[in-house]
Design a protein around this ligand. Structure first.
Ligand SMILES: Nc1ncnc2c1ncn2[C@@H]1O[C@H](COP(=O)(O)OP(=O)(O)OP(=O)(O)O)[C@@H](O)[C@H]1O
Ligand SMILES: [Mg+2]
Length: 273
């Protein structure tokens, strides 16, 4: 690891944790005449599993794009750990600890599962998931590459992909691709993870495993923002829940508040206006 990278990582670790690491203020994005995201503001609490829901086309994925630098907002600002990240490139945002997965997974199909995971961290080692989840200490390894490989094996193991390490990513099922997408972003040593429909196409057993993992990681201080259409998952595991409709936030509340709110029920029953 170069000394500048080491310094960057150390300075990131030293910062005191903010109660609300992600603050989105009045962000907006128009595509032609369509206001995909309009005046959206919210703050996400550290260690929470916050849900972001809304009917198809509500603006959820675009909001993720605006937060993570895939698309620049026309208006508003995004702050992460007190730093203004508005308009920064995705890799710069990932470097400060904020990562995301995509609704349509982005694995490299011609490469193996292991190669996909090894690509993710750009030579940064950082904290290993096993030390967080299993309380294990670090073993001494001979080189950074060996350490990276060990971290990759552990991450694949945690995401139940170790037996598929040599399989081409293009041969994975939809659910396995979702797991690979999560494994790749966890290799980047994030503190906050935005997940865009992580349960879509995932079988019930795998779903339970993903939820268990997310809950364990959130207890350890990782923060999650979850876009998800599976209402069982959202209502049972996310709190608070933010509801979007037609590009705007219509409500933020507890699962009970959300499920009994008329505006929310209308949004889902009525579709887009
Ligand atoms: N690059 C783009 N160019 C033009 N319009 C876009 C673009 N990206 C998104 N949109 C439009 O912006 C609106 C919000 O889309 P977005 O993908 O954010 O919705 P979503 O809430 O994620 O929906 P879903 O639940 O179906 O994934 C939609 O009307 C969509 O067609
Ligand atoms: Mg979407």
């Amino acid at each position: 690891m170069s000394s500048s990278k080491t310094k960057k990582r150390q300075s990131r670790k030293k910062k005191p944790a903010k109660k609300y690491p992600l603050k989105v203020e009045k962000i907006g994005k128009k595509f032609g005449g369509l206001s995909a995201v309009n005046d959206v503001s919210f703050s996400i609490e550290k260690g929470s599993i916050t849900g972001l829901i809304g009917p198809n086309g509500a603006g959820k994925s675009t909001t993720f794009d605006l937060i993570t630098g895939i698309t620049n907002p026309d208006t508003g600002s995004v702050k992460f750990d007190g730093e203004d990240i508005t308009g920064k490139r995705p890799y710069q945002i990932a470097n400060v600890g904020l990562v995301r997965t995509f609704q349509i997974t982005r694995e490299l199909k011609e490469m193996t599962v292991m190669e996909n995971v090894m690509l993710a961290p750009k030579n940064q080692i950082g904290q290993r998931l096993s030390s967080v989840l299993l309380g294990g200490g670090r073993r001494k390894v001979e080189s950074q590459e060996a350490e990276l490989l060990e971290k990759a094996w552990e991450t694949l193991d945690i995401f139940h992909l170790d037996k598929l390490a040599n399989e081409y990513a293009g041969n994975l099922s939809g659910g396995q691709r979702k797991l690979l997408e999560m494994a790749r972003v966890m290799m980047m040593d994030p503190s906050m993870i935005l997940l865009d429909e992580p349960m879509a196409g995932v079988n019930p057993t795998l779903k339970k495993q993903i939820i268990t993992l997310i809950k364990k990681l959130s207890k350890d201080g990782y923060t999650f923002l979850l876009v998800e259409h599976d209402m069982d998952v959202v209502m049972n595991h996310c709190n608070p829940i933010i509801v979007m409709h037609n590009g705007g936030v219509i409500l933020e509340g507890t699962p009970t508040e959300i499920s009994t709110n008329e505006k929310v029920i209308d949004a889902y029953l009525g579709g887009s206006e």
